[in-house]
Design a binder for this molecule. Structure first.
Ligand code: SF4
Ligand code: SF4
Length: 375
């Protein structure tokens, strides 16, 4: 497997040659679902890139627009029977004008994040264990909005990582992305384990072209800790779960999440009508293509409301942000009196009481316990 970085021309061509034009990517692309335009699918994008490389097509505004119509959901890549690294090609072929380079600079990204400071007014400053070698990867949005990340009995230290790099990679900013990877790998090198609560961050870091490939094995999703716990919630609660697009590329699946939710005493879990559908946010996609983002967002909001759940959970702060927006808009547009509240799943699990931990333990849990004994 090739791990993500910006491809050279030869690698881009090799990936395009692998495409058999079967069209399976069309059936899974949320953008195609919305606008029914072949040029927006992975196949359509690859063919346009190939046409430009051969000199049959000239890069014009229309082509640039269709190449930009992408949520980076990776559904095409994950479902491609020929193993085409579709999103890798798209990132590598991003041609940004000077204005685009300024807009995707580190300074502008941090400026956008600082707008969240307003919402982080009530956030408590979390205290972590300074001596732990088990690190928490706090994503950029979690840094501003999320309260403390906790798992009962596990001492974690905030790794103080930089951004996972995804926002820069998707804009073709190899210069910034490579510096981030180098910095973050230095921190991972010194750790025993790194825990993630955001599917997007985990999928991005799992794809790093690590100098030491063993570092990839240290990356753990928080749900791994809960597989063998016997949990209960203090009162009856109906919940549903929005599956972030990057959950699969993070190496996790909906069934694993459902198994945990279905096992919690007093929790009644209902699956969404289209659990895999994108929330429409897609980084800054919603700013560039508000009409498509809005439509996806409303569909997601209605699917959630139809479950009649009290709470909708998810594992990505950007999705959480997006779900808040879609539920609020559905309430205004359709006059719903009661809408579900949104909550990060790691926070919800932490609110549950652990009844027992003595069920058969998974390998991950055994490894975690070994690490704790060493400390
Ligand atoms: S699914 Fe893969 S092989 Fe099939 S058309 Fe799409 S990119 Fe090409
Ligand atoms: S990454 Fe998602 S939105 Fe982009 S082309 Fe592939 S399926 Fe479509």
């Amino acid at each position: 497997m090739n791990y993500t970085t910006i491809m050279d021309d030869n690698e881009v061509k090799q990936n395009i040659f692998k495409c058999s034009r079967c069209g399976l990517c069309q059936g899974v692309c949320p953008i195609y679902e919305e606008i029914k335009n072949e040029n927006s699918t992975a196949r359509g994008k690859l063919m346009q890139i190939w046409g430009i490389k051969k000199g049959d097509l000239k890069l014009n505004r229309k082509i640039l627009q269709s190449l930009d119509l992408c949520l980076n959901c990776e559904k095409c890549k994950l479902n491609c029977p020929s193993g085409v690294d579709t999103t890798g090609v798209f990132h590598s072929e991003k041609k940004l004008p000077l204005s685009g380079k300024i807009l995707t600079s580190d300074f502008i990204f941090k400026l956008k994040l600082s707008s969240l400071k307003f919402f982080s007014f009530f956030k408590k400053t979390p205290q972590y264990d300074k001596n732990s070698k088990i690190l928490y990867f706090e994503g950029c949005i979690a840094k501003e909005l999320k309260n403390k990340f906790e798992i009962s009995g596990i001492k974690v230290k905030n790794g103080n990582f930089l951004c996972c790099g995804m926002p820069y990679l998707t804009k073709g900013r190899a210069d910034i992305y490579e510096k981030i990877v180098e910095h973050n790998e230095r921190i991972i090198d010194k750790s025993e384990m790194v825990i993630f609560d955001c599917a997007t961050c985990l999928s991005a870091v799992k794809d790093y072209p690590f100098k030491n490939p063993k570092n990839r094995e240290k990356l753990v999703f928080y749900t791994d800790f809960y597989k063998d716990f016997n949990l209960q919630f203090k009162k009856n609660l109906k919940v549903t779960y929005h599956m972030p697009c990057h959950l699969k590329s993070a190496g996790k699946n909906l069934e694993e999440i459902e198994k945990i939710l279905n096992s919690i005493k007093n929790v009644n879990y209902t699956r969404l009508e289209n659990p895999q559908n994108c929330c429409g946010f897609g980084g800054d996609f919603f700013i560039r293509h508000p009409k498509i983002a809005f439509s996806l967002s409303i569909k997601k909001g209605l699917d959630i409301i139809n479950t009649k759940a009290d709470v909708v959970l998810t594992s990505c702060p950007t999705c959480l942000w997006s779900l808040n927006f879609s539920l609020f808009v559905c309430k205004i547009l359709y006059g719903y009196k009661k809408i579900p509240t949104t909550l990060d799943m790691s926070e919800f699990l932490n609110k549950c009481e652990i009844i027992t931990k003595n069920l058969p333990r998974s390998e991950t849990q055994k490894n975690i316990e070994k690490e704790l004994v060493k400390m």
